[in-house]
Ligand binder design. Sequence first.
Ligand SMILES: *[C@@H]1O[C@H](CO)[C@@H](O)[C@H](O)[C@H]1NC(C)=O
Ligand SMILES: *[C@@H]1O[C@H](CO)[C@@H](O)[C@H](O)[C@H]1NC(C)=O
Ligand SMILES: *[C@@H]1O[C@H](CO)[C@@H](O)[C@H](O)[C@H]1NC(C)=O
Ligand SMILES: *[C@@H]1O[C@H](CO)[C@@H](O)[C@H](O)[C@H]1NC(C)=O
Ligand SMILES: *[C@@H]1O[C@H](CO)[C@@H](O)[C@H](O)[C@H]1NC(C)=O
Ligand SMILES: *[C@@H]1O[C@H](CO)[C@@H](O)[C@H](O)[C@H]1NC(C)=O
Length: 803
Amino acid sequence: ITLLFCLSTDADSTCPKDSNPLQLEPSEVIGEHGDEVIVNCTSSSEDHDGMYWINGDNRTDSQEDAAFFPYSVSLSDYNVTAECKIKVNSSECGKELGITIYKNPSMVNVYPTKHVKAMVEGEQYELHCDIHEVAPVQNLTVRWYKDSQLIHTDSFTDTIKTQVNMSSILTINISRGDSGVQFKCEAQLDFGPSGPVTPVLKKNTAFASLDAPEFKGNTTDLISVKEGDDVTLNCEAEGNPPPSFHWTRDGVNLMANTSNLSITQVMAGSVYTCTAHNYLGTPTKHIYVDVINTMAGPAVDMTTPAASLMEYVDFWMAGCPLILMPPEIVVRFGDPVSVNCTTSETDAQGMGWEAPSGGTGFEKGPTVTWMVESLENWYILAKCYITRNNGDQCQVMPSITLYKTPDLVSVTAPHDGPMVENTESKLICKITNVAPVQNLTVKWYKGNEVVWTETFKNLSVTPVNVTSTLKVTPTKEYDGARFKCDAELHLGPNGPEQIPATSSEPHVAVVNYKPLIKDCPDHYVGMENFRMDMVPFKAVGNPPPTLQWYYEGEPISAFQPLTRNHSGTYTLEVRNSLGKSNKPVHIEIEYSPSFSCNKHYEVKEHSELQPECKPKGNPIPDIKWFKDGKPWEKKPWTRRDNGNYSLEATNKYGTDFHKFHVNLFLLIVIWDSECIFQYAEGNPVPRVSWNYTSAPNVIKATGGSQESIVVTGATSTNAGVYICVATNKVGSVSRSFTLIMKGLFPLIWWLLIVLLIVLLLICLIIYCKRQTKHGQYNFVPNKPRDTCPQEHAGIPLTTKSNA
Ligand SMILES: *[C@@H]1O[C@H](CO)[C@@H](O)[C@H](O)[C@H]1NC(C)=O
Ligand SMILES: *[C@@H]1O[C@H](CO)[C@@H](O)[C@H](O)[C@H]1NC(C)=O
Ligand SMILES: *[C@@H]1O[C@H](CO)[C@@H](O)[C@H](O)[C@H]1NC(C)=O
Ligand SMILES: *[C@@H]1O[C@H](CO)[C@@H](O)[C@H](O)[C@H]1NC(C)=O
Ligand SMILES: *[C@@H]1O[C@H](CO)[C@@H](O)[C@H](O)[C@H]1NC(C)=O
Ligand SMILES: *[C@@H]1O[C@H](CO)[C@@H](O)[C@H](O)[C@H]1NC(C)=O
């Protein structure tokens, strides 16, 4: 129990909460990794049983009589802890030091991580900012700047204390105006304003520059090594993002991703090719490795750094008494080649050709010939050397270009189906197995016209397959156009005069386009029974359009015969999947003249034929009149014009005749001097009749067409108006007369007479005698002033037409 008690009193927890006498100065430490800091632990009470520090697993000696205890803490361990302890009143109190160990970033690196094809508006890509070896990451702030403008701040929540590598990723939109803009990434540790120790804060920055790889040295190197020596090939390149490397030897993949390639087994005449790749480019470097035959005793100064091929050649050419004929060769792969090497040197030990094939022995000279029946090595390195009597050796190399025309040139469209009007399409020309590609020119033809020429920058000694892409935005004229591409090798003045171009088969473009109506007239004249399918026009369009005619908005059949009433405006509509076009056409239907008139006409004098005799016809026909077979000029009808007529109507489509008889009507009434109706004449013969108030003593007498009236024993009842009317088809003429009784007696007189008569009757009866009375009458014209003079006789009076 006592032991347990002692153990428990020894524990921290027994330190009374409010009476911890310890204070640390500083209370918290922020220090750079590797630093040392001194921390002063002071006790408010000198009365204690000992002070000591615990640093990780280490414990200092206890100090009994001191009020303070300075202690040095090493910050080389990220997980360091330090605690000051004191024993008071048989309990133990402690104060732990807060320690933050920081490490400024060792490196900051910015590079893009998304392939950026072009700085196209709206293109997005990611920038990575790698921050190397930083601690603690939770106090790291990454600031992104676009030029000098802060655009993004990044922080991290990891609680790891040790140093780490972190990345901040920024997604940016590139717009047209951003070309040349610099993106900056700044990494800084941030401990707030009230850090008790001001740490050394470093800002590490890096700029994003989008650079394609660029070789530090030349893109073509020649290296000479002694047989059996090791060599390191240099392909160092700079670029952002940092490039990756790829090596081939004579086209064989070496599976090495390094900028410097160490080779132990050097193969004579090899060409090493290195590519440096990042998103922005993949340049290629060729290194020609020449192995110096130690047997021949090279005079090459091996301390000279590898120079470029030309420099190398120049170097040797300068003082080397060798002349090559020809010095430069352009030869087809597989063709024979022969080069004479001649020296002017008289005291040479000997000379010879060194080459993979066709080399010579060590000969006396002065001419040695390198001859190959068939040159079938793409990386040919042939050299002619001479060894002087003093043992010096020098060499010259002919420049050899091997070429090969393409096996096949073909044009294809990357997408099936036809092109579409005004929509960009591509055509691809594939050229198979051509060398050297840097001398290749691809010419695109549309018909016979060159529309695009492309050359190639990539260097290659061996045959490659290349493609050339033609972008076309076709119009409808492109439909049926023949595209072809020609692959031409231009090999310079030493090359063959002309290598025939290798042509592709033509590619016939099919372009879909909206239909169009061509060569369609605005007006068109057709004969009767004309059909719309007779209207000439061309409807072009792809897919072939459908045709439809419309009349007054309604679709009509193109095969429906049109009659003379169907002249009008018709609309042609052509339509396919890409659209439609319209064309209005005025159609005039024409026809030959025809009559539909009466055989007989009865015409009133001075009037017209009723109904009029007009021929139908389009165009309006010309009309000729004939009377009794003789031409006759149409004039107002008169009474002498009775007869047989014929009409002749003519237009460009024909002539029609019509024969008819004209019977002229007239009515002539003549009154005599007494204004008594004398006779009436007319055609037809007029009928004369009287209108009057009938009375028993008025008798109508009819004779022929004449009618007369006789009034017997006119009395006053017969007085009144008598109208004489002469009528025929033409009309009627009337004249009225008034009958007036003369010598009228007063009524008294009448009574006296009656009386007298009665008396007389009595007398008569008596004398059986009879006596008759007799009256007198006369007609007087209605208008007394109109004396109806003699001169008027024969002049027809006004007719009252009944028509
Ligand atoms: C520690 O603190 C005491 C009391 O404040 C002071 O006298 C002493 O100088 C300090 N020592 C160091 C090393 O700071
Ligand atoms: C220790 O005990 C004494 C008397 O018992 C008291 O005066 C003193 O304050 C105590 N010290 C602490 C640190 O508690
Ligand atoms: C470090 O960062 C953390 C988290 O942001 C914060 O709580 C802490 O106070 C910082 N440290 C210092 C010393 O400022
Ligand atoms: C590259 O070639 C040029 C000329 O051909 C020469 O001046 C230069 O020194 C060469 N550089 C290297 C690194 O070989
Ligand atoms: C090389 O020399 C031989 C003999 O001297 C001669 O017949 C031949 O034509 C020469 N060839 C060339 C390419 O000059
Ligand atoms: C070129 O294409 C042909 C046929 O597609 C193929 O056989 C050949 O290997 C290709 N050559 C290269 C260098 O890719």
